[in-house]
Design a binder for this molecule. Sequence first.
Ligand code: V47
Length: 364
Amino acid sequence: MATVTSIDMKQIEEKVMSGGRLSREDGIALYGINDILFLGALARYVKEKKSGNHAYFNVNRHINLTNVCVNQCKFCAFKAKEGEPHAYTMTLEEIMSRALEAPKLGATELHIVSGCHPDLPFDYYLEAISECKKALPDIHIQAFTAVEIDYFAKISGLTARGVLEKLKEAGLGSMPGGGAEIFSGRVRGLTCENKASGDRWLEVMGLAHELGLRSNATMLYGHVETYEERIDHMIKLREHQDKTGGFQSFIPLAFHPDNTDLAGIKRTTAFDDIKTIAISRLMLDNFDHVKAFWIMLGLKIAQLALDFGADDLDGTVVEEKITHMAGAQTDESIEKEELIRLIKDTGRTPVERDTLYNIIRVYE
Ligand code: V47
């Protein structure tokens, strides 16, 4: 990584303070800066311009319908092949018993993502959404990554737009940001060669945005990618957002190596996590929110991230398999009161939001 001079830092600072857009070179230079307090101050300035002193959280419940997946990504510990001892596929009854817990927990959102199962028909996934919506009409369903939508199109013979239309009609409210990984073809070739390309991920998100479905966007970092590839990923998202405006939040996901095919790789460091939060806040000038997903960052880093550009901790979650199969040491669930305490301790105002960032309650 090239050394960054104080002149470079001054120029970047001036650009940010005057509302200018950072270039690819600026982004790469930001990764060369070890003064995280400088990065934090800049990112905090941008965060406060966008969301003032608010820090958001929501009350949600995750459900992963099946872990059986044709993609077999090397970074994934959640995946299974049919017949393996840890493979599972939920029945509709199992899905509904989890979904029906949501209102009892005060949840406003069901977050549903799954493996791309070789034998299940698209109707299985469609029915899961329509039954959840019928039973819980007031709950927002955020479900299926762009990769899953691409897969449903392949197995159903529908277009991706057709799949999205059917899911929307069944009750889909918005889409999570998973499956983006790193858009670089080099990295996808090494880690997830079977799944939809970066361009296809962006195309499917564009279709969803056209249909009025909002979505999030993620970046899985800390495996075989370079800093340049991270910045290119952010720039592709930024360009796409210029066109559609449909992304709500950017979520950098720290790679957890345990039980994956990349198990030799070391976990991300606190410095890398904090820098990546701050840099994404600075690069993604057209995203309203940057989320520090506490499950992946751990509660302590996620809380600190609120002072380095993030404005959201995500939710109560309840059941999380993707990161926990890969060695996450966080709990799978957190009480809303604990999220409020963590936020209050930073001096920010906790704001409970719904999935679309409508304010439910401000905890002054
Ligand atoms: O796409 C897989 C990632 C994603 C590992 O939109 C891993 O609000 C770390 O996207 N270590 C799924 N990450 C989860 C996801 C998500 C989570 C929370 C909120 C939202 C949102 C989206 O998890 C996958 C992949 O990028 N992942 N394996 C791993 N070993």
